[in-house]
Ligand binder design. Structure first.
Ligand SMILES: NC(=O)c1ccc[n+]([C@@H]2O[C@H](COP(=O)([O-])OP(=O)(O)OC[C@H]3O[C@@H](n4cnc5c(N)ncnc54)[C@H](O)[C@@H]3O)[C@@H](O)[C@H]2O)c1
Length: 269
């Protein structure tokens, strides 16, 4: 193997990618598959799982390295069942990318509905981070596997985005827990890091950022004005950073959140 394949390659590794039926995580899965990994997409949406797995199988040229498991990450029993199925598919799991998440609603603080807040917090923090990590870390500790976890945070985790209270709270907590989990799991050789994407057009935020004719909404224009590199993110921008965090190239890196934001965070007047 070449130097780059040894350092950055994922050959022989198996990755679970939650939210793998979605826009960003299916692109990350495509990158992992191109780097040699076996892929298991986890998602609640069976139709999207089928569609995305076919795309990834075609792009990596080896359908045998791509599998799917339908799961509801809001339900701990469903996670336990999905992990059992996943271990059987390729014999072992080495990487967890916690990608499921999203927002519901946007509005003034004084109009916040407790049930919506509760749902978004649970989706992004418990289902999108804590619960899969809990079960997969236990499986790794029991089987002495030095796993790697990559969480997905957000710009909203650094600085709350207006009107999306629960999502901002949850993503700040994901960054906080990335550090906490990294410390707790380091003695077992398990590394935990996160990425914080900037603004990428996906199903969950399309209406916030784009009008029906694909021109940016006022909020979309505000984002673009604050993004020094210009433009919204493209899903493939996430592959290099996630391969780095999943591979031996980052072997002494744990507890960090890496922004992938076109400079949004360093914009200033
Ligand atoms: N799009 C962006 O600009 C952006 C920016 C920062 C962070 N993120 C984060 O990136 C991740 C992926 O987002 P995306 O934009 O690709 O959204 P997406 O809606 O395309 O993907 C999210 C996926 O999660 C799945 N999911 C939802 N609830 C689930 C459940 N209970 N069990 C299992 N799967 C479930 C959905 O079916 C969907 O396929 C999310 O965590 C999101 O918060 C996105």
């Amino acid at each position: 193997m070449s130097y780059l394949e040894t350092k950055y390659g994922l050959k022989g590794k198996t990755a679970i990618i939650t939210g793998g039926g979605g826009t960003l995580c299916s692109a990350i899965a495509e990158g992992f598959a191109a780097a040699g990994a076996n892929i298991i997409l986890w998602d609640i949406n069976a139709a999207n799982l089928k569609a995305k797995s076919e795309i990834i199988a075609k792009s990596c040229g080896d359908a045998k390295r791509v599998a799917t498991v339908e799961v509801n990450l809001m339900d701990e029993n469903s996670i336990v069942g999905a992990l059992e199925k996943s271990v059987k598919i390729f014999g072992q799991v080495d990487i967890l990318l916690n990608g499921a998440g999203g927002n519901r609603g946007k509005g003034p603080l004084v109009d916040v509905k407790a049930e919506d807040f509760d749902f978004v917090l649970k989706l992004n923090l418990l289902a999108g981070c804590i619960l899969p990590t809990k079960h997969i870390a236990k499986y790794w500790i029991d089987n002495k596997i030095k796993g790697r976890i990559i969480n997905i945070a957000s710009m909203a985790g650094f600085n709350p985005l207006s009107g999306i209270w629960a999502y901002s709270s949850a993503k700040a907590a994901v960054m906080n827990q990335t550090m906490g989990h990294a410390k707790e799991l380091a003695p077992y050789g398990i590394r935990v890091n996160a990425i914080a994407p900037g603004f990428f057009i996906a199903d969950q935020n399309r209406k916030l950022l784009l009008n029906d004719d694909n021109t940016p909404t006022q909020r979309g224009q505000d984002v673009l004005a604050r993004t020094p590199m210009g433009g919204f993110g493209l899903p493939e921008y996430l592959t290099g950073a996630t391969i780095f965090l999943a591979s031996d190239a980052s072997e002494f890196v744990t507890g960090v959140t890496l922004p992938i934001d076109g400079g949004y965070l360093c914009n200033n007047i």
